[in-house]
Design a protein around this ligand. Structure first.
Ligand code: ADP
Ligand code: MG
Length: 589
């Protein structure tokens, strides 16, 4: 990613020809302090910096300073750098097709200079002046006018200082939120760059306190630990995927334990840019929705690289939306990457230890500040768990002891620890995976679930907008063992329900046929998955059902064979675990 930037040889700054300038999606880029920081960081990255230092005072309105050790700007070009549509990054329309830089519009510095007091101090890497004292040059603009200039010693690189932002735009100032909000935006921005560029050292200083510091070792897992001040190495699973020339995906997906209440930690980057694309976000979410509890989102950073001519970043002024050439393939790969990690990531039943989850006391951890990452248990306990045999293996060797409240199977593991298994959710997971395999796997007729003909067909009434969708989907329902036909107007006749694994007709589904039909007529792209979940839920054993010891054993064996035994398709826990050490400790044996 950053290599792309590195290999770029610096070109002279030129003013774009009007026809090129017109082809660029223009944008009011400078909205608030964080927009300034973003542009300045991108310039530093484009200049091949290894170390970027950002300083903020008065929530960025008093001062923003970004210093880098990049290639610098030669003195004779400093003035041009601040002119509108002046850039060293592209010269003609063709360059837009294969961008290797983050910037290309040549308007950021011009826009910033117009609304602040901007000082540019730089020393170009190629200067070999004998007089070191004279080696740096600085210019100061106020409201786009040069007000001062001079020379000052400094190693190669650039320092941009922005003071009194929006001093001449009172309307903007009115929109500024409190300092906490503005600073918070900058912290989040820096976190994203730090993740996307792990080999670059980032240092953020807010009002003279270090708010973020990374060591730039190039190891993304290490960067994560530095950002959140948590030993995250063991809780992250690496993702490496590539499809020859089409794309390369590298990154990490956090273990279930790290699931968060916000999407903030689901980060996607394309060719070195943070991207917020609805379509790609949905693809990531499709990978975890059934594997995490409702409303939870993983900690995840995926760095996607595609050939520059296959991505169009020019569609959005802030460059956070993109168009991709092989979007469908990329989406499938993203979904798969997330799902695979979460499915195989060992579940930690310890997460639900009695008397409740152990909250990591992050305050005790070293580091200046926490940034809201919530860990649902102590990472320490978790590591011990990972070292143990896989969950599936443990479940395969569980010995059922009894049934609690006609709802929970109590079972002993070979190591003498106790597992509590929610019978409904366990069965639901088993059925759901079975349906996915037979149904989603291949859509051929022979892969269908057998049907049980009802003695009396059931009539369901749909709303008008549902009826047409449902009609189109009848063949898919048939594949699931639900024979259904339109019966004029908005009525449908359902003639069969699916057979269960034992070949029994599932009469209990009759009560839920309307709900199933409604799910099958949802106007969403993942209606099929919703339907499978609904079907699994309504077919699964209820709580309150008495299970013989051999039925308990059968259910546990089936659970041991699924890929994600610890969560039900809705994302709720299936298992609780009381370890031996828990017993030893609590009984003080
Ligand atoms: P753009 O990044 O789109 O080219 P900017 O207004 O951000 O436009 O910058 C204008 C030019 O100034 C850049 O093309 C680059 O040549 C030069 N420049 C700006 N910041 C830096 C920096 N930190 N290091 C080296 N050159 C810089
Ligand atoms: Mg720029």
């Amino acid at each position: 990613m950053s290599e792309v930037v590195q290999t770029m040889a610096r070109r002279p700054i030129q003013t774009l020809m009007p026809e090129v300038a017109e082809r660029i999606a223009a944008g009011e880029v400078i909205e608030r302090p964080v927009s300034v920081v973003k542009e300045l960081i991108e310039n530093a990255l484009d200049a091949g910096a290894r170390e970027i230092r950002v300083e903020l005072r008065g929530s960025g309105l008093r001062l923003i300073r970004v210093s880098d050790d990049g290639v610098g700007i030669p003195d004779y070009e400093l003035e041009a750098a601040v002119q509108r549509h002046s850039t060293s990054k592209i010269t003609d329309v063709d360059d837009l097709e294969h961008l290797h830089t983050l910037g290309f519009r040549g308007e950021a510095l011009a826009s910033i200079a117009a609304v602040s007091e901007l000082t540019l101090l730089s020393r170009a890497i190629e200067t070999e002046t004998a007089d070191e004292e004279q080696a740096g040059v600085w210019y100061m603009w106020r409201g786009s006018e040069i007000v001062q200039r001079g020379r000052k010693a400094r190693p190669h690189g650039t320092t941009v200082t922005v003071c009194d932002l929006f001093y001449n735009v009172p309307a903007r100032l009115k929109f500024m939120r409190g300092a906490r909000t503005e600073n918070g935006h900058v912290v989040q921005l820096l976190q994203r760059y730090a993740v996307c560029y792990p080999s670059i050292r980032f240092h953020l200083i807010i009002d003279e306190h270090t708010a973020l510091l990374t060591s730039g070792t190039g190891d993304l897992a290490n960067t994560f630990s530095e950002l959140y001040h948590l030993p995250l190495h063991d809780l992250l699973d690496v993702v490496e995927l590539a499809d020859e020339a089409r794309y390369r995906i590298h990154g990490y997906v956090g273990n279930r334990v790290l699931a968060q209440n916000s999407r903030q930690y689901v980060m996607l980057f394309i060719n070195g840019r943070w991207i917020q694309s609805r379509a790609l976000q949905d693809a990531l979410e499709a990978g975890y929705r059934t594997l995490l509890p409702k409303g939870k989102h993983p900690l995840l950073a995926l760095l996607l690289n595609v050939p520059p001519d296959e991505v169009d970043v020019n569609v959005h002024p802030a460059k956070i939306e993109v168009r991709l050439e092989h979007e469908a393939e990329v989406k499938a790969a993203l979904t798969q990457a997330v799902r695979e990690v979460l499915e195989r990531s060992p579940v930690s039943p310890q997460a639900v230890q009695f008397p409740g989850p152990v909250l990591a006391n992050q305050r005790k951890l070293p580091g200046p500040r926490r940034h809201g990452l919530h860990v649902s248990e102590s990472a320490e306990g978790y590591k011990a768990e990972v070292a143990q045999p896989g969950t599936a293996e443990v479940i395969a060797h569980l010995r059922p002891l009894a049934q609690l409240q006609l709802a929970v199977i109590l079972a002993e593991a070979p190591d003498g620890s106790l597992y509590l298994v929610d019978q409904h959710r366990a069965h639901e997971r088993v059925i759901y995976e079975h349906l996915r395999r037979t149904h989603m796997g291949g859509r051929q007729e022979d892969a269908s679930v057998s049907a049980h003909l009802l003695l009396e067909p059931v009539i369901v009434e749909m709303k008008r907008y549902q009826a047409d969708l449902l009609e189109q989907r009848l063949p898919i329902l048939r594949g699931l063992g639900i024979e259904c036909e339109r019966f004029g107007g908005r009525s449908f006749l359902i003639r069969s329900v699916p057979l269960n694994e034992q070949g029994e007709g599932q009469e209990q589904l009759i009560a839920h046929l309307h709900e199933l039909a409604e799910t099958a007529s949802e106007d969403s792209s993942d209606w099929e998955d919703h339907l499978l979940i609904c079907l699994a839920c309504r077919s699964a054993l209820r709580r309150g059902r008495d299970l013989s010891s051999s039925e308990q054993q059968t259910l546990l064996s089936a659970l041991a064979r699924v890929t994600a035994p610890a969560v039900c398709p809705h994302g709720s826990p299936v298992l609780l675990h009381y370890s031996r050490s828990f017993l030893t400790e609590k009984f003080a044996w």
